[in-house]
Ligand binder design. Sequence first.
Ligand SMILES: Cc1cc2nc3c(=O)[nH]c(=O)nc-3n(C[C@H](O)[C@H](O)[C@H](O)COP(=O)(O)OP(=O)(O)OC[C@H]3O[C@@H](n4cnc5c(N)ncnc54)[C@H](O)[C@@H]3O)c2cc1C
Length: 513
Amino acid sequence: MTNEHSIRQVLIVGGGTAGWMAAAALSRYLDNGYTKTTIVESEEIGTIGVGEATIPPLINFNGMLGINENEFIAATKGTFKLGIEFVNWGGIGQRYFHPFGGYGQALQGVHFHELYLRERKRRVLQDISAWSMCSVAAAAGKFARPGPGAQPPLSQIRYAFQFDAGLYAAYLRGYAERNGVERIEGKIVDVKLDGESGNVAEVVLTDGRAIQADLFIDCSGFRGLLTEQALETGYEDWSQWLPCDRAVAVPCAHATAPEPYTRATAYASGWQWRIPLQHRMGNGFVYSSAHISDDDARETLLSNLEGGPLADPRHLSFTTGRRKLAWNRNVIAMGLSSGFVEPLESTSIHLVQSGISKLLALFPDRRFNPAERDEYNRQMQALFEDVRDFIILHYHATKRDDSEFWNYCRTMTVPDSLTRKMELWRAKGRVFRDDAELFATASWVAVMLGQGVVPEDYEPIVDALDENKVASALEEMREANLRTAERLPFHAEFIAQILGQRPAEPELPEFVL
Ligand SMILES: Cc1cc2nc3c(=O)[nH]c(=O)nc-3n(C[C@H](O)[C@H](O)[C@H](O)COP(=O)(O)OP(=O)(O)OC[C@H]3O[C@@H](n4cnc5c(N)ncnc54)[C@H](O)[C@@H]3O)c2cc1C
C-alpha cells in the first residue's frame, strides 16, 4: 500500500556492482506500481573493475532475486569458491585454509574445535583443515553443491562464487532493466541541495538535464559524489590498523583448471590475490604505499603471475575505513562510497548486499523518520566493524618479522573489540560472537589457528567426554571427509556439467547440479 508520504522516485547514482545490485533488488521489491527507480551512470568514468570474489550469503541475494544459479555461473563466467587459502601469513612458508563451512561435528553440545584442541594436547594431530569438508574438497580440486537431502559431512559444504565483475554488473543490469528500471547515461556535474531541509534535491548532468528524486542511493564509488562531495558526511580512517592503501590488478591466462577457492599470498609489504574464473585468472597486489613503491608493487605482481597478462596492470588507491553515516539525510551510501575494508576476505560485495537488505527492511517514506535512519546506521556500523576486526586479525596475528611492514602490523595496538576476542581465544579457545556477526565461529578458529595463535588451554567441559571415544569419533569424521571428497566431481567437471558442455554423470542423490 502506498500513501501520500510514499517514496515516488529513487535515484541510484552509479552503475558499478553496487548500483546494479541495488537496482536489481529494488526492481523486485519496490514493484508497487508507484515507486520508480532510475539509475544514472557514466561510461566515461567507468567502474572500478575489480571485486570478483564473494562470500556465501550472495547465494541468498541470488535467491531473493529468483536468479537461477547455473544461468548466473554461465553469464558471469563464474566458478565456485569453498574458501580462501592463505599463504605466508602466520610465517613465511606457512599456509592454511579458511573454509566457508564448519569443522567436524559437535559432541554432546561441545564445539568441535574444543574437542580438537584437547586432542591436540594429547597427541600429534593433523591440521584442523582435515576436519573441514570444504578444505578437503578444495585441496582435491573437487566441488559439488550439497542438495537438500545431503548428510554430514557433505552438508557442511558452504560455497560462494568467483566471477567477472563486469559481467556480473551487466547481468544485473539486464535483470533490473527487464523489471522496469530506467537507465540514464550521463555524467553528473552538480548536486543541488534543498535550501530548507538540506536534503539532496537533484543532480545535474553535463548536458544540463536535472534529475530529481525523493531518495538517493549513492553508488558512485570512492568519490562519494552525494554523501561526501555534497553532504560532507565525513570518513573514519582505519589505516592505522589496515595500512594497505593501494592495489595493482591484472588478469592473466589460466595455467591450470580453475580451483574452487581464492588464494591470498602475503609478501614483504602486502599480499596478492588469485581468483580463478572460467576464462581467466584475476590477480592483484594489495600493498602499503609507505612500504613499497608503485613500480615495485607492479613488478611483484607481474613476477608472480601464473600465465601471460591479458591487459595492462591497473593501479588503484584507497583509504580503509567507513563513511561516518551510511545513511545521511535522504542519501544512502552503498558500495565503495560507504567505505572500504580492503579485499582480503572478499567482503565488500557482501556489505552492499547487506546494505540493500537493511534498506528494504527499514525503507523510509518522505518524512524520513530518524529512528529508521539511525537503526540502519547502527547496523551498518556494527557490520563494518566486524569485518574490520576480522581482517586486522590476519595482519596482527603473525610471527613475520622480515620487513618493516610486518613489524608494524605485528606490534600495532588493535581495537579493544579484537583484543577481547583474541584474549578469550588464547586462554581456552573460546569464540564469542554476537548473533548478527558476519563471520562464523569456524572462521575465527581457522584464522587464529592458521596464523599460529594456539590457546594455552581448552574448555574444561571437554573433560566430561571420554578421551578414547572422542579420539575415535574424530578419526571417523576425518575419514568421512576423505571418502566424501573422493566421490565428488572435479570443480571444472562440475562447471562443465552445469553449463551443459558435458553429459551429467550418473547422479548422486545428495548432489544438485
Ligand atoms: C583492489 C580491490 C579489490 C577488490 N576485491 C573485491 C573482492 O574480491 N570482493 C568483493 O566483494 N569486493 C572487492 N572489492 C570491492 C568491490 O570492487 C566493490 O565493492 C564493488 O565493485 C562495488 O563498487 P561500486 O559499485 O561501489 O563502485 P564503482 O565500481 O567505482 O562504480 C561507481 C559508479 O559510479 C559512476 N559514477 C561515478 N561518478 C559519476 C558521475 N559524476 N556521474 C555519473 N556516474 C558516476 C561510475 O561511472 C560507476 O558506474 C575490491 C575493491 C578493490 C579496490
